[in-house]
Design a binder for this molecule. Structure first.
Ligand SMILES: [Zn+2]
Length: 264
């Protein structure tokens, strides 16, 4: 199979992905084939470099993503394989100009490889970011333990209060997840419906907490996307730890939370 030469800047991004995959595995946020990662690499490649490589696989994309070049993890692949086997567990694909299919231009070396079944969600989020948040090139979906637990709690039905209780646990949660967590209603994996509710989440919040499933964030690169999930999960973990110890935490006051807004 033909394959392209990876520019140095892209190589740096791939190294960050391998590093974050290690964090996800160690945190028990990426069991088996859980989670997926993508990166919008369109600006790193010239059209003539990506045309005519690989077979076109038909796929129904939103038409505006025609011409995108995306790094994306594979369906059924284990995220922990990204640590030292990224070319088997992920690929770079080029979406044709008509947005009717994609071709794999790098990686995907595993037998029977295909991109994650959440491809439609990732492509839709990248389109949303191009239009609304163009510096955010990375999308990270994973299964952060304490955030998932919170999505089973009655607080999940009261997004404002859930955020207040997470923010009140320590200043960094308010400062580094300033827009908070969106309580995204349950939708079946790999559906257009899930893509829709996730985009709704990113209109107002930093993190989309998929009810009874996992969480998704975007960032300038995969490390920044990871930071949103890591810090939000810290708030959830602190809250659950206090509850587990049998007390309702005092929490930062509303005045103290407002005072922190100068650092955002
Ligand atoms: Zn998941």
């Amino acid at each position: 199979m033909n394959t392209i030469k990876i520019p140095v800047e892209v190589e740096k991004e791939l190294n960050k992905i391998s590093k974050v995959a290690g964090y996800l595995w160690q945190r028990e946020w990426a069991e088996r084939n859980a989670g997926n990662i993508s990166l919008n690499l369109t600006s790193f490649f010239k059209k003539e470099d990506v045309l005519g490589i690989g077979e076109v696989v038909p796929f129904e994309f939103p038409k505006e993503v025609g011409g995108y070049v995306l790094f994306i993890t594979g369906t059924g692949c284990y995220l922990r394989s990204l640590i030292d086997n990224i070319e088997e567990a992920a690929c770079i694909l080029y979406i044709n100009e008509e947005a009717t299919g994609y071709s794999i231009i790098w990686g995907g070396k595993r037998e029977g490889f295909g991109p994650t079944c959440e491809l439609i969600s990732h492509a839709s989020i990248h389109l949303f970011n191009t239009q609304n948040n163009p510096t955010h090139l990375a999308v990270l979906h994973t299964h952060p333990i304490e955030l998932i637990v919170m999505s089973h709690h009655p607080l999940f039905d009261n997004e404002a209060e859930l955020n207040r209780q997470i923010w009140m646990m320590c200043p960094e949660v308010k400062v580094f997840v300033p827009k908070g967590v969106h309580c995204t209603p349950y939708a079946l994996s790999s559906t257009v419906e899930l893509a829709k509710v996730t985009i709704e989440a990113f209109k107002t919040r930093n993190v989309s907490l998929w009810e009874k499933h996992g969480a998704t964030s975007t960032g300038e690169d995969v490390e920044k996307a990871w930071d949103y999930l890591d810090v939000a999960n810290k708030g959830a973990k602190l809250l659950l730890t206090a509850w587990g110890a049998g007390f309702q935490p005092a929490g930062l006051s509303n005045e103290q939370l407002t005072e922190l807004e100068q650092f955002i």
